[in-house]
Design a protein around this ligand. Sequence first.
Ligand code: DC
Length: 226
Amino acid sequence: MKQKKIIIAIDGYSSCGKSTLAKQLAKELNYAYIDSGAMYRGIALYFLEHNLDMNNHDLLIDALQHISLSFDTANGKNDLLLNGVNVEAKIRTPQIANLVSPIATIAEVREKAVHQQQEMGKLKGIVMDGRDIGTTVFPDAELKIFMTASIAVRAKRRFLEMQQKNTPQNLVEVEANLIQRDHIDSNREISPLRQAADAILLDNSDITAEEQLQLALGWAHEKKVW
Ligand code: DC
């Protein structure tokens, strides 16, 4: 049977290792990888850097017209470009982590991001991770994975990641931020974080990154990908 390129949608809670799995899968399958959360973070950064009043909806909507998002994928990178400038480091700070979830609830923000994400998936051969990829962005994705892990495991992972990036936060703060973001992401009106009916649940609390990669590759091969 002829094999085909597919779309792989990975959704789940914050700090479940979605991007780790998505990047590995994309590398193994020679697919593109898109971190949809980076796009929301880029929009949040623009709002922050322009000192926009977060309560002024009209100003925020107007500002969206001045935002262009793209990715620099040279040399295996996946860096977000905001209006052509590499902002990868700037969008990973605790300040942006605190700001981004409320901004991602705004309808016009989501419309802009989702439209661009759908365009990027037109040629298939793509792995995209986020919160609404299997439910809203690509409801027809051939493979959907919904990731979860215990809050303790997730907080520890994020804590270690922040330490490595030299932006340390204490573990209690990290856990509180994750809980708050999950709450906002799961309870917003538009495209809340949900497991799609046809998504495979992957709880990685007790498995290694390599084990989860092998599982996901198995699922991808069942879809006859190349
Ligand atoms: O994956 P992340 O932590 O970089 O995502 C940052 C925020 O963006 C997250 O709190 C929720 C939002 N987000 C979203 O609403 N929809 C997506 N597809 C991806 C991220």
